[in-house]
Structure formats: C-alpha cells, structure tokens
Design a protein around this ligand. Structure first.
Ligand code: HSE
Length: 338
C-alpha cells in the first residue's frame, strides 16, 4: 500500500501522527506499515518512493511551515508523477466550489486510486458523481471522518446496521455552534464564545460556514447520500443557522427547562438544519464541542452515539479506520489478518 497525503494542516498532521503511533498494530495485522510516498501541502511536496520518514516531515512542517523544499504549481502533475494506490485527501473544505479537494479526488478516482477523505466540500457538492467515478474505476472511496469526526456514523450505518432500514438521523454535527449555544446557556456573549471555539481550532477557516449552518448542512447531505441513498447537494438543504439566536431566546427556552441546539435532520423526505428547542436532559441537549446523533432504525429502534466531532487526532482516528477497512480488502499481507 502506497499512500499520498494531500493537505498537511491539522488533520493531515494528525493522520501522520496516528500512523506513527499504530505501526505495531499495522505490522501485526498486515505484516507491514503502508508507505507514505508523498505529502503535498499548499505550496510544496516531499516524496520518497520507499516511504517517507513521517517524523521528519512533521518536524519540517513545524519548523518551516512547509513539508519540503520542492515547490509545485499544478497538484495534478504532482499526483501523476507519483506511484501510489491510495490518496488521503485532507485539504481545507470549500463548500462553494469543492476547491482543491474536488480536483484531487476526481483525478485520483479517474486514475483508479482508492480515496479516503474528510473534505466535506466535494462530498456536499458532487457526491453522486464521485461515487459513480469510484464504481466505474473499481476504487474504494471512504469518508467516515467527514461527519462527526471521531464519532462513528457512516460506517456504523453501513456495516453494523447493514440489515436495518434506517428511517431518520437527527443530531448535532457542528462543535462550534454547540459550544457557542452551550456557553450562551451560561450567559456568555455569542462573540466571545465564537472566539473561544476558534482558538480551540474547531471553527472552519470561515466560521460563517459553522454559524450559518452550512457545515452542518454539508454533513446532512453526506448522510442523505450515503445512508439514505438520496441524490442531493448542499443546495437542497433547508438551512437556518444560529446567528439570530438572542440571549432572550436562550433565557425563554431555559424558563421552560429547554435549551436551543442546532439540529441537522435527514430522512427519505427531510433535509433540514435549524435551531430547535430540546428538553434539558434529552440526548440531543449535550453541551460543549461534542457531536451527537440519534439514528432511528426499524428493528433496532433508536440508537444514540456521541463523540468528538473535530480535532487533530480525533478526525485522524476516523481516517485510520477507513484505512484499515481498505487494507482488509487490498492488502492482506502476511500478518495476522491474512
Ligand atoms: N467546524 C466544524 C465543527 C469542524 O465545528 O464541528 C468539524 O467538521
């Protein structure tokens, strides 16, 4: 298995750290650790056909802000120059155009490469086309970390709940909004809570995407397409964000023993993001940066999951699980999993 990592910000670096920390597990299961043959950041690329020393790449990024000294202008030319099987695409999310992620993922799938991504832009804008490309070219395409970070949801629905008819998924899928709303529960002003969420590294590059509900909408679209097999994009979602929630509204909710939470809901017919009143103590009333989802399934009934919806290592954990799922199929090797 030869991996290229495209994007070496918080999540890309987290994935490198997780790979270093799970060397033994991978050797034990597969007889070897997959080689990362290139890392591409926004300006430079570092490559080694035999596999990079990820500790050195992480150190270089920390010291210089770049992964290497080789500059590039066209990422497609870089990808074409590399011998690899799997692209881990973790460039920043662009919900308007799909950004570099859409270009990279499209090219990798068209070239017959497997792809793991947590980049919401391409999935929220062109899900059906990308799944079609993966099928056409016989590629694995996985994106567990794109919804709920470390909270398992997509693979849980596809794998553990494979025999169920899932009727709806409702949840909190944006840590920034949840942090702001739960701080407002305690009387903190909106702007101060937002600033804190940004300092914690949870907010999107443009936090408007969090506050106006676009980030939650992207996740709802990913669930709609992957779990409910719908064919929708972010433009199909009814979206109301939290920017108009006032301290008075929070206080009124509190006087009825309720909190306000930004809820994303998806079913065969619903596709909605809106602030809703949630009774205190209800599973969807959680505070802080946590994500939570309630899955309704016909045999199993309601299932509630919660976890860290963002973060360096947390999101990398979801990428690792997708990597292992692909290695189970592609790379049985000589380890215990063979
Ligand atoms: N901005 C997102 C959040 C990050 O606050 O949850 C994870 O997608």
């Amino acid at each position: 298995m030869k991996i290229v990592i495209a994007g070496f910000g918080t999540v890309g670096q987290g994935f490198a750290e997780v790979l270093l920390k799970r060397r033994e597990l991978l050797v034990d299961r597969y007889g070897h650790v997959p080689a990362v043959v290139a890392v591409i950041d926004s300006r430079t690329v570092v490559r080694d056909r035999q596999g990079l020393d990820l500790s050195a790449v992480l150190a270089c990024k920390k010291e210089t802000g770049c992964v290497g000294t080789e500059k590039y202008t066209d990422p497609i030319k870089v990808l074409d120059s590399l011998d690899y099987n799997l692209l881990v695409e973790v460039t920043p999310t662009d919900l308007k155009t799909g950004g570099a992620g859409l270009v990279n993922i499209t090219h990798a799938l068209e070239s017959g490469k497997d792809v793991i991504t947590v980049n919401k832009g391409p999935l929220a804008l062109q899900f059906s086309r990308l799944i079609g490309l993966a099928k056409e070219h016989g590629c694995k395409f996985r994106f567990e970390g794109s919804v709920g970070g470390a909270m398992p949801i997509i693979n849980l629905c596809h794998e553990n709940l494979v025999g169920e008819r899932i009727t709806s998924v409702r949840g909190i899928f944006n840590g920034t909004c949840n942090y702001i709303l739960s701080k407002m529960d305690n009387g903190q002003p909106f702007d101060q809570a937002l600033k804190e969420a940004q300092q914690m590294g949870y907010a999107e590059t443009d936090p408007t995407n969090d506050i106006e509900g676009w980030d939650t909408a992207a996740k709802v679209v990913i669930l709609a397409n992957s779990v409910f097999h719908r064919n929708v994009t972010i433009r199909d979602v009814n979206i109301t964000g939290i920017s108009t929630i006032t301290p008075d509204a929070i206080a009124l909710a509190a006087s009825h023993n309720m909190v306000i939470r930004l809820i994303g809901e998806v079913s065969d017919t619903k596709l909605e993001v809106s602030p809703r009143l949630v009774p205190r103590g209800h599973p969807l009333s959680i505070g802080g940066t946590l994500n939570v989802a309630q899955i309704d399934a016909d045999f199993a009934g309601p299932i509630t999951i919660t976890g860290r919806g963002a973060g360096r290592i947390e999101t990398a954990s979801a990428i690792l699980s997708d990597l292992i799922a692909i290695m189970n199929i592609r790379d049985k090797g000589e380890g215990k999993h063979a």
